[in-house]
Design a protein around this ligand. Structure first.
Ligand code: COA
Length: 258
């Protein structure tokens, strides 16, 4: 039974709520392991079409737990970074889309968690940044790798080297978040997007995520070859016949996800 990470499945949408409000949802080892276990559980549930990660209270996640990190030595620091990065890889490699609903502080490890998601929606109150260098450490949960891949190395270096905290509008301007909403609308907008995503053909959805993520690791030509393969594989599914027949019949498609 998880203490700090709650999972609720609403129709085809999995909602993961991080709840350690006394420390602004800071990531301690226990919470990180729970998050990994929750994603293992979600991965076994084929009915899930989209996941939303949110923070309870006024923060999304205010970083790794500083009190826990204070006493770590070199080896323990490396293991902490590696184990947490593995959990975040579990999230980014999960076959269906994951949306971060960033309601407040997304600092350090919290920003790295949001970066492991496919899509980031933010409330106007959200704040983003990497305070790590001010604590005498580098970002350690894949931030030095994910941020430059998303916003470019120059903006990433400015954010990481300066420890500057930016607001939601600035995060939108640099392409760190997809959209910004009033706080009270944020979760409903995430749900709306998740519903739209989970109503689409689920095999094509998985293929599209694979094509984008694996394609980005390849040359353009190799990425296009991957897309060609996955596009072709769609034609072996019942969903492709149903999706196209439904269009011609002028009715909504009923996907069997086969
Ligand atoms: N690790 C451990 N505890 C944390 C924490 C973190 N990353 N972030 C917040 N907390 C705790 C605070 O110590 C405080 O605990 P206390 O009530 O026992 O004193 C509680 O959460 C509330 O935080 P507080 O600082 O009082 O809230 P605030 O609204 O004044 O400030 C922040 C909010 C986010 C600006 C501030 O908490 C902060 O700078 N946190 C650290 C962010 C950080 O450096 N993250 C990267 C870590 S690698």
């Amino acid at each position: 039974m998880e203490k700090h990470v709650k999972l609720e499945i609403l129709d085809k949408i999995a909602i993961v709520a991080i709840d350690r409000q006394e420390a602004l949802n800071a990531l301690n080892t226990e919470l990180i392991m729970e998050l990994g276990a929750v994603f293992d559980e979600i991965s076994k549930n084929d009915s899930v079409g989209c996941v939303i990660i949110k923070g309870e209270g006024k923060a999304f996640v205010a970083g790794a737990d500083i009190a826990e990190m204070l006493v770590k030595n070199q080896e323990e620091g490396e293991i902490f970074g590696r184990d947490t990065s593995q959990v975040f890889l579990k999230i980014s490699n999960y076959k269906k889309p994951v949306i971060a609903a960033v309601n407040g502080y997304a600092l350090g490890g919290g920003l790295e968690l949001a970066l492991a998601c496919d899509i980031r929606y933010a409330s106007k109150k959200a704040k983003f940044g990497f305070p790590e260098l001010g604590l005498g450490i580098t970002p350690g949960f894949s931030g030095t790798q994910r941020l430059p891949r998303l916003v470019g190395s120059s903006i990433a270096k400015e954010m990481i080297f300066s420890s500057a905290i930016i607001d939601a509008d600035e995060a939108y301007r640099i392409g760190l978040v997809n959209k910004v909403f009033d706080g009270e609308n944020l979760f409903d907008e995430c749900l709306k997007l998740a519903k739209k995503i989970s109503e689409n053909g689920q095999i094509a959805l998985e293929y599209a995520k694979t094509a984008i993520d694996d394609g980005l690791k390849k040359s353009l030509e190799e990425g296009i070859a991957l897309e060609n393969k996955l596009f072709g594989m769609c034609f072996a599914t019942e969903d492709q016949k149903e999706g196209m027949q439904a269009f011609l019949d002028k009715r909504p498609a009923v996907f069997k996800n086969k």
